[in-house]
Design a binder for this molecule. Structure first.
Ligand SMILES: Nc1ncnc2c1ncn2[C@@H]1O[C@H](COP(=O)(O)OP(=O)(O)OP(=O)(O)O)[C@@H](O)[C@H]1O
Length: 579
């Protein structure tokens, strides 16, 4: 993939003035650093060897100038460090905000394929690397270029042959730096993979600790863990070896350069082509020339990581949401709640075979319909086509006679209330979680919804009632309690269409009957489709639709279907036997 340079640069735009000021400052600071050795040279060469009666004044002058330089350098560095990082962090914030908002638009189909952990790492780690590149990249290039070019020019003026001799070492250092850059990068990548394996192993073993202990599998888990732990150690051994080799080869070359300068410089003094002051200056400046080459490894890693991070960001940003509003999407008001599937075929992805073909079904406004059928036959999938969580592969899904593709997404989803199998509760209070159904609802309205969902009683018995924290660190709720909170959410939302996907995991009889009572209350006056796993839940449904892998096998009221002695009767008998 080509690097999207234009896009990359566009993020500088809001901070361009500040950013240019930072670069200018980095330039001044580096140039000021170059003056220092020149002043030392001036003292040793001119002031101390000239008229000693005025020398002291000269020394003080130079001392004063050095103080000014120190002030300029440190104030400048403070500005570059602080504001530079801040600009980087702001750009990172912008990228992250944009990415998160974009991720909110991507549909179920996208999240079916992506791993949450990886997406999280893109939004945190990747962008951290991009921000490093954004501010450190240009700043470092300016800084090191000025130092290198300045030092080279001064040294060349002082003694060209010695400068060229030193210069000859630099390509070797550059090549070494780039070679080790590759090797170290590879080693670091392996390190990251191995530590990720260790993490995955810890996660797997700890998340499954109940299974581990009930199968007395501790020893097996410890062995698996130690294997990963040892692999991590091996990869670190390789990294340290490469690092030690790199730093010491570099150090050797630096020492060789010093020896060259000292030997050839001293020879120059003997031959009177160089004086002592120049030799000292030389030694002081050589570092300025070497440092940029030494930093090549770091800079190219930074560049590579930043570029890859940005490419991955761009890749994600370029994914167009599969489900979006059509140009003149309609907003329906006063929805009656009629739902129709017209010869709908649906498959999740191309190579997969369709979940159902040519399926037609009509649900009248206010009707209470139950969908039953063997596990995996597509009941949940069918329902998810109504709020357009997925798009029908062919055929039409209609709400009040309008194809859902032509409806404005927010208004479509606003008019369909979904209670999912696995209710997701956000970190926050019970109150906040119910209010998710209608963010503008008052506390009283939330309590009223909870009462209608038969949730008020258990909520008030929690330690902090409606203000109890739930989610990862909060109180734990049972499956039935979660479903009732979800029902309360939908009460608040008050949509004309309700989809209730019954939890697959069995609830005990008591919670099941409370959930059932809440559902019945919620279904009043709405078109309701219940995906039922327990046939006891739906005995009083107006119509029961039996879905099999060949489509709708039969439909009708409970007694009617039993009398027919077909698929429903068989399902019923099976569940009855199991119970
Ligand atoms: N996101 C998905 N991507 C690909 N295939 C899927 C996806 N979700 C479900 N499926 C497959 O589609 C089929 C129908 O699944 P669905 O969850 O709709 O069945 P269901 O009748 O609701 O099952 P259950 O009664 O067990 O909840 C199954 O074969 C399932 O493996």
């Amino acid at each position: 993939m080509r690097f999207p340079m234009r896009k990359f640069l566009s993020y500088y735009k809001p901070y361009l003035t500040l950013f240019l000021a930072i670069l200018a400052c980095a330039f001044v600071v580096s140039a000021a650093a170059l003056v220092f050795p020149l002043l030392v040279r001036h003292i040793t060469k001119d002031v101390l060897t000239g008229d000693l009666s005025v020398a002291l004044r000269g020394v003080y002058w130079i001392g004063g100038l050095m103080l000014v330089l120190i002030a300029v350098q440190n104030a400048g560095n403070y500005f570059v460090d602080y504001k530079g990082h801040l600009v980087g962090a702001r750009m990172e914030r912008d990228l992250r905000g944009e990415l998160f908002a974009h991720m909110q638009q991507l549909g179920f189909g996208f999240y079916d394929k992506e791993k949450t952990g990886q997406l999280m790492s893109r939004i945190t780690n990747d962008l951290l690397l991009v921000s490093e590149l954004y501010h450190h990249g240009p700043e470092d290039y300016v800084k090191y270029f000025v130092r290198f070019a300045g030092a080279f020019a001064v040294l060349f003026m002082i003694n060209a042959p010695l400068t060229i001799a030193v210069f000859c070492f630099l390509p070797v250092m550059g090549a070494l730096s780039l070679y080790f850059n590759k090797r170290l990068n590879r080693a670091m990548r392996t390190n990251k993979e191995r530590i990720a394996d260790v993490n995955a192993q810890v996660e797997d073993s700890l998340a499954g600790i109940r299974a581990v202990q009930s199968f007395a599998g501790e020893r097996v888990e410890i062995e698996k863990f130690n294997r990963e732990n040892d692999r991590f150690l091996d990869s670190r051994r390789n990294t340290y070896k490469a690092e030690a080799l790199f730093y010491n080869s570099f150090e050797t070359i630096i020492q060789l350069i010093s020896v060259t300068v000292i030997v050839f410089g001293s020879a120059g003094i003997v031959r009177q082509t160089l004086d002592l002051a120049d030799l000292i200056t030389f030694l002081l400046y050589v570092g300025y020339m070497i440092e940029p080459v030494q930093r090549l490894t770091h800079m190219s890693t930074q560049l590579q990581e930043g570029i890859t991070g940005f490419q991955r960001f761009h890749e994600l940003m370029s994914i167009r949401p599969a489900i979006a509003n059509v140009p003149d999407a309609r907003i329906l008001t006063d929805i009656r709640g009629e739902i129709e599937f017209r010869r709908v075929t649906f498959r999740y992805e191309e190579p997969l075979s369709p979940v159902f073909r040519d399926l037609s079904l009509r649900v009248l406004p206010g009707e209470y319909v139950a969908l039953v059928g063997p596990s995996g036959v597509g009941k949940t999938t069918l329902c998810s086509l109504i709020p357009r969580f997925y798009e029908a592969s062919s055929g039409e899904v209609l709400l009040d006679g309008v194809n859902v593709r032509h409806l404005e997404l927010q208004s479509l989803r606003g008019s369909v209330g979904v209670v999912q199998q696995d209710v997701y509760l956000f970190a926050g209070t019970v109150m906040d979680n119910i209010r998710y159904g209608d963010p503008s609802a008052s506390d009283e309205a939330v309590v009223a919804a909870a009462k209608r969902a038969h949730a008020h009683e258990f909520i008030t018995s929690l330690p902090q009632g409606y203000l109890s924290e739930i989610g990862q660190r909060g109180v734990k709720l049972s499956g039935g309690q979660k479903q009732r909170l979800s029902i309360a959410r939908v009460f608040l939302k008050n949509p004309p269409v309700l989809i209730f996907d019954e939890a697959t995991s069995a609830l005990d009889n008591e919670s099941e009957s409370i959930v059932k009572a809440s559902l019945d209350a919620l279904a009043q006056g709405r078109t309701t489709i219940v995906v039922a796993h327990r046939l006891s839940t739906i005995r009083n449904a107006g119509r029961i639709i039996v879905l099999t892998k060949d489509g709708i096998a039969e439909q009708g009221a409970h007694e009617e279907l039993l009398a027919r002695d077909g698929s429903y009767a068989r399902l019923y008998a099976k569940q009855f036997q199991l119970a």
